[in-house]
Ligand binder design. Structure first.
Ligand code: URA
Length: 267
């Protein structure tokens, strides 16, 4: 094996770890301003030109050019490495024997390691169990539309679930299953450090906030979870069955974007 092969194997291993942590896109490297100024091809598009990130997108994630995050010094690669450690533990977890026996794979989470906003769902369904990524089925497509209506992209936020395994026949998670998975969720949130969490549906909201109140009672205002601001709204799967509730969900998203300082078109 040559040094080049060893280097390539190490790089591939790191990329696999980052993929396990939920990363689907590598952030574009940005030129340091002083180096950019010296660049000989001044007339050519810069590394940032053509970057179609909207104001909303950059306001939704905290990654800086140096690879550190906002005001604190946690580097992006440290976060990815820490997430990958948790993801490996999740993949090996056998605490819920019924779920562990039935799953094709665990579904850890996806998105930027530096989100200001995390979307939290219930549990993987059949599509997610097959693909290993949360919210990729019909409900996921609606969630993607909701995120895009907020001028964001999936890769600007982080998406995860209360449970990391698919419950058989898509039944609701049982209390002991949510309790078994809670340590993983809290560790994910500790690493991601979002300012905002949007709980999708009653399972996520009730489990995170430790309440039995319905979504109808929880939505439309902010709650607190360990210093993070939590907004609850209807689950996209419920919206597919009850389209008349989409208006309420959109009101919740407008409230969330206003609070995050993300301007929506026409407002
Ligand atoms: N519903 C959820 O709550 N999560 C998913 O990942 C998919 C559907």
């Amino acid at each position: 094996m040559t040094d080049k092969d060893v280097g390539r194997a190490g790089l591939l291993e790191t990329l696999h770890d980052w993929q396990r942590a939920g990363l689907t896109h590598l952030p574009k490297p940005r030129l340091r301003a002083d180096l950019a100024a010296k660049a000989t091809h001044a007339a050519e598009p810069s590394a940032d030109a053509g970057d179609e990130q909207t104001q909303g997108a950059s306001a939704a994630s905290e990654m800086t050019a140096s690879g550190t995050v906002g005001g604190n010094s946690t580097s992006v690669s440290d976060r990815l490495a820490a997430l990958a450690v948790v993801a490996r533990e999740v993949a090996a977890c056998q605490l819920c024997t019924e779920l562990a026996a039935a799953r094709r794979q665990t579904v850890f989470g996806v998105g930027t390691p530096t989100p200001r906003l995390v979307f939290m769902g219930e549990a993987p369904g059949a599509d997610e169990d097959r693909q290993g990524e949360p919210f990729v089925g019909r409900a996921g497509q609606l969630l993607t539309k909701i995120i895009e209506a907020c001028t964001l992209r999936r890769e600007d936020v982080y998406i995860l679930n209360t449970l990391k395994c698919r419950p058989p026949e898509n039944r609701n998670p049982l209390p002991h299953e949510a309790a078994n998975c809670r340590g993983f969720l809290d560790r994910q949130l500790d690493i991601l450090k979002p300012q905002y969490i949007c709980c999708l549906g009653a399972v996520a909201a009730q489990s995170l906030l430790g309440t039995t109140l319905s979504i109808g009672r929880l939505r439309g205002r902010f709650h607190d979870y360990r210093g993070m601001r939590v907004l609850c709204t209807y689950h996209p799967a419920y919206l597919l069955r009850s389209p008349d509730k989409k208006k309420d969900c959109w009101e919740d998203m407008q409230l969330l974007m206003r609070e995050m300082g993300i301007a929506l078109p026409g407002r």
